[in-house]
Design a protein around this ligand. Structure first.
Ligand SMILES: NC(=O)c1ccc[n+]([C@@H]2O[C@H](COP(=O)([O-])OP(=O)(O)OC[C@H]3O[C@@H](n4cnc5c(N)ncnc54)[C@H](O)[C@@H]3O)[C@@H](O)[C@H]2O)c1
Length: 256
């Protein structure tokens, strides 16, 4: 019900989880869908449009590592749709051979997208009315991953950044909720470079019986964005959504 007549942006909307998320949101009655991705894909755009002829679906070519492109695309979408209510950020790469790219796309991309989206959605601005931004990290944002340490570093960074943004204070000012989900192994998995060239001694692979279907993961993404508090973190594993309670090591400081 919450999505009826809303305007949603799915960043990485032509990817595995992004595309399934678009389908579910269209089924839930959104009015406007903006897809931000690296390359146009008319086949995917047409298949979404034929799934739901009532919604307006538009594509923006965006490289999330480019701060200006993110800002311009959100401004253009807000002006075209009137408002942006929800953003799902579903961009990621695994590339252990190119740490600059892995950190750039996964971590810097998340920072660029969230900051540009808040700027457009904040109720402090005339064209903003708050909403929610959900970013997809990974279980390797919570746990170490010896096969993909650069990916794990970026995904941990995403959680640190979004926990820092997801405060009551920021929510009260902007009306924008910040939510993170951490999927486990999902099929189809992301394309990845082999880490053998840099870490030949590390184990590669994941247990075959732990893969959840991408459509189940997307359904839980949509569940997580609905009616949850800002700053919350969720694991999506085995097709289920479970809240993570981060351990507090320092704040509030211990009594003297
Ligand atoms: N599939 C899994 O097993 C799995 C598990 C845990 C977390 N995740 C996370 O879920 C998210 C989506 O993963 P997926 O499986 O759908 O991957 P995917 O590779 O199918 O989709 C990623 C999308 O991001 C886009 N993209 C890549 N670089 C970009 C850039 N610089 N600017 C804009 N768009 C760019 C791609 O074009 C693609 O459409 C990622 O953050 C990933 O790390 C995936």
């Amino acid at each position: 019900m919450q999505f009826v007549k809303k305007s949603v942006i799915v960043v990485g909307g032509y990817g595995g989880i992004g595309m399934e998320t678009c389908k579910i949101l269209l089924n839930r009655g959104i009015s406007n869908l903006g897809i931000f991705d690296l390359t146009e894909n008319d086949e995917k755009l047409n298949s979404l449009q034929s799934d739901d002829g009532n919604a307006q679906i538009r594509f923006w070519k965006v490289d999330v590592t480019n701060k200006l492109e993110c800002k311009t695309a959100f401004e253009s979408a807000a002006s075209e749709f009137g408002f942006i209510d929800f953003v799902v950020h579903s961009v990621g790469v695994v590339d252990e051979l190119d740490p600059e790219k892995a950190i750039g796309v996964n971590l810097l991309g998340t920072i660029n997208v969230n900051l540009a989206a808040i700027e457009c959605m904040t109720k402090e601005k005339e064209k903003g009315r708050g909403g929610a931004i959900l970013t997809i990290s990974s279980v390797f944002g919570l746990e170490p991953c010896s096969s993909y340490p650069v990916y794990a570093a970026a995904k941990h960074g995403i959680i640190g950044f979004l926990r820092s943004l997801g405060t009551e204070d920021l929510y009260n000012r902007t009306g924008v909720k910040i939510i993170v989900v951490c999927p486990g192994f999902t099929k189809p998995s992301m394309p990845r470079s082999t880490p053998d060239a840099i870490f030949p001694y590390l184990p590669v692979g994941s247990p075959d019986d732990r893969f959840q279907p991408v459509a189940d993961c997307a359904k839980r993404v949509v569940d997580a964005v609905e009616d949850n508090d800002t700053g919350t973190i969720w694991i999506i594993d085995n097709s289920e959504l479970t809240q993570v309670a981060p351990i507090k090591y320092f704040f509030p400081p211990p009594p003297q």
